[in-house]
Design a protein around this ligand. Structure first.
Ligand code: SF4
Length: 361
């Protein structure tokens, strides 16, 4: 058995599952902050095997899902402008903005929108199109922001002035604080995001356990990771010894990635940000520092972000705060499906509504 297989070892999973059933002595509500964990739990087939007393809550850790209607409106404001090429990750194409409009529709109407696989691809697009301005749509958390920042540094070094970023990056820990301050969320424990934590390490989450007395486990994406993490959380709830634990040590250093943070905060600084369905969260977003302001699409191209109203009927905000299960949204599977999504949670591969729909729970 190679090392990767050991994290899917059926015998190990069976043992952990038995212990989980044994140890769970009361109903507990666990939030999977990152949508990839929600999908991993479904994909691995663990979901029906877990104790009934465990309630799974979705969290605000899907970057596409938390992209606010106003931010989509800003993308659409740029789409179709003369001399502008938008470069974006593919999962943003169908995210609905105001009045259900999206980038795919704008592209069909003639806007120049290119799907890229990294911000460096967007930089190369700028180099190949010196007569146009290439705007990279910067969404995502601490996992993506350092790469985008590094690309901006490259653009500066190469003197590529026709490369801009519409920066709507968001930071995970401030969103956790909002959930913990809201008594309606009533979260007993967090499965903390594996990828974001490779950059952050443990320190930015310490307030979760220290101030709010809520356990948190940084978790990998294989069944053994998830089962072991659930067990750690159950044990912490029983013992009252609330801590942040790094279960995903093979990928996450306790101190995170200092170089990635240095690059990210070299180009960006924190500011308030809008989150879909949650609203404005203090110091939860990133904006350009003065030294890199010429790469800021908002300033350079005169884009203003005006607060757009929430999408009528969509309960993504309630789902992202763990207050509602996707299947309890009145539109789920009726007015809202992956083929015709009303909200971003039904669009993204990490979206919980899409996951619940796909796995038909
Ligand atoms: S089912 Fe659709 S409308 Fe309802 S919360 Fe999910 S994405 Fe939003």
């Amino acid at each position: 058995m190679n090392i990767a297989d050991s994290f899917r070892d059926p015998a190990l999973c069976k043992g952990l599952l038995a212990r989980l059933h044994e140890e769970l002595d009361r109903p507990l509500r666990f939030m999977e902050v990152c949508g990839t964990h929600t999908v991993a739990i479904f994909q691995s087939g663990l979901r029906p095997l877990l104790p009934e007393g465990i309630t799974h809550l979705s969290g605000p850790g899907c970057p596409v899902c938390v992209t606010h209607e106003s931010e989509v409106a800003a993308f659409l404001d740029l789409a179709g402008r003369e001399g502008i090429i938008l470069a974006t990750f593919g999962d943003l194409m169908r995210v609905p903005g105001p009045k259900g409009r999206n980038l795919k529709l704008a592209q069909a109407e003639g806007a120049r929108v290119e799907i890229v696989y990294s911000p460096v691809d967007a930089l190369q697009l700028a180099a190949k199109n010196p007569g146009d301005t290439v705007v990279f749509l910067g969404v995502g958390f601490e996992t993506t922001a350092p790469t985008v920042a590094g690309t901006v540094m490259m653009a500066k070094a190469q003197g590529l002035r026709n490369f801009k970023v519409l920066c709507f990056h968001k930071l995970v820990p401030p969103a956790l604080r909002v959930l913990l301050d809201d008594p309606e969320c009533a979260i007993d424990s967090f499965l903390l995001p594996g990828h974001v934590s490779t950059v952050l390490g443990l320190e930015p989450y310490q307030f979760v356990a220290g101030k709010y007395g809520t356990p948190g486990v940084i978790t990998g994406f294989d069944p053994v990771d998830i089962l072991e993490s659930l067990l750690i959380m159950v044990e912490q709830r029983k013992s009252g010894d609330y801590r942040i634990v790094n279960q995903y040590r093979r990928a996450v250093a306790d101190s995170g990635n200092a170089r990635a943070r240095e690059v990210m905060f070299g180009v960006f600084e924190t500011a308030d940000a809008l989150w879909r369905g949650v609203g404005r969260i203090p110091e939860s977003g990133l904006v350009f520092r003065e030294d890199y302001a010429s790469f800021d699409a908002l300033q350079a191209l005169g884009v203003t972000v005006q607060e757009a109203p929430p999408t009528p009927g969509c309960k993504c905000g309630e789902v992202l705060k763990g207050k509602m299960q996707p299947v309890d949204c009145p539109l789920f599977g009726k007015g809202c499906t992956p083929a015709k999504p009303v909200g971003p949670c039904m669009v993204s591969t990490e979206g919980s509504c899409a996951a619940y729909y796909k796995y038909s729970v």
